[in-house]
Design a protein around this ligand. Structure first.
Ligand SMILES: [Zn+2]
Length: 354
């Protein structure tokens, strides 16, 4: 097997199939290669164990990872030259199973590719309100949604569009930086060298930027710093892990931010998921190589938004009831897009928030 040729073939195929990542996974007898397309894994190729190991070794070498170590999980990145003019950003990560067999996942980053949010959402009402939030001079906007739900794409595109109207100094703090954007000052979090979220955010605020993006609020210090940033005249856009929009409030309170402070700073909560679109040609979810919806049109965003005046009415006691009964909450909107025929019944049932 020609490793160089096969690698190029693999990345080209993955891109043509609109896959978000390539999984090279060992079994007892061989290696299987899967593409993740529209959120689902699809087995594409089989390799002998020897070729699978050689391929992983080769890719680790390209990404400057430690090729001598097969047991420790490692991460790496690589700009792959597909053609003379076309580069592809890749993120690699390995782990080993208890037999000591390595697996590799390659994430295909959507570098520079700008999408128009309007053309990639099922319902535009929430999106137009979200766009207005980004016009504020200061405050905290919190985003939530599962991994790969398009949060970073949404945040980046919202800021780019606002930057078209006014020049803004934008600092992003992320782990890792997923999309390269020249007009932002992008900081990569690196706990080992002391560049934690907290430290990076503290340093960023001293630079008096207009807008700061915090890749993830996952500890009390970062939460406090984000709130302080919003109070001192910055617009802060940050992601928080939660199961629904109301859960973002409870998560911030768990991280030690009082409800009072949240009400003073929080101007919006956005919860989003990417749902596979129903395609008439495919008679179901639109699959990777179908030309009907284009490479970036296989999944659309569904946004749930809690605006400031609704936030003011939220209390610790009514959070749960609000998640259930609020008009246009995620599940209501999901039902709506299903009834419009935009998604299949299966997708509706799969994405509903229990
Ligand atoms: Zn299709």
């Amino acid at each position: 097997m020609d490793l160089e040729k096969f690698t190029k073939f693999l990345i080209q195929q993955a891109k043509e199939n609109a896959s978000s990542d390539i999984h090279i996974l060992p079994t007892k007898e061989r290696y299987n290669i899967y593409f993740r397309m529209s959120g689902k894994l699809d087995r594409k190729y089989k390799l002998t164990t020897e070729n699978g190991m050689r391929l992983i070794q080769y890719l680790k070498y390209l990404a400057n990872m430690d090729v001598g170590d097969h047991r420790k999980s490692q991460g790496g990145s690589l700009v792959y030259q597909l053609t003379e003019t076309l580069e592809q950003d890749l993120r690699l990560s390995t782990i080993a199973n208890y037999h000591g067999q390595e697996s590799l996942v390659i994430r295909i980053l959507e570098s520079q590719e700008q999408i128009l949010l309007e053309e990639h959402t099922y319902l535009s009402e929430e999106l137009s309100k979200i766009k207005k939030l980004v016009e504020f001079k200061s405050g905290l906007i919190l985003f939530s949604g599962p991994v790969n739900s398009g949060k970073t794409t949404t945040i980046y595109q919202l800021i780019r569009e606002r930057q078209k109207k006014t020049d803004l100094q934008v600092i992003t703090i992320e782990d890792p930086v997923e999309i390269e954007e020249e007009s932002f000052f992008q900081i990569q979090v690196n706990e080992e060298s002391g560049n934690s979220y907290e430290e990076s955010l503290k340093a960023s605020l001293r630079h008096h930027p207009d807008l700061v993006v915090v890749g993830e609020i996952r500890d009390e210090e970062t939460a406090r710093m984000a709130v302080r940033g919003a109070l001192t005249g910055h617009l802060i856009l940050a992601s928080v892990h939660a199961k629904n929009a109301e859960g973002v409030m409870s998560r911030m309170m768990e991280l030690g931010i009082s409800q009072e402070l949240l009400k003073q700073t929080l101007i919006g909560i956005i919860f989003q998921k990417l749902l596979p679109i129903y395609c008439e040609l495919c008679k179901g979810d639109c699959i990777g190589y179908c030309i009907h919806n284009g490479r970036n049109g296989k999944r659309f965003s569904l946004y749930d938004l809690i605006e400031n005046e609704q936030i003011q009415r939220l209390t610790t006691d009514n959070l749960h009831a609000s998640a259930k009964n609020r008009n246009r909450n995620f599940n209501h909107l999901l039902k709506k897009v299903y009834s419009y025929g935009f998604i299949t019944e299966h997708t509706h049932n799969q994405y509903i928030i229990p």
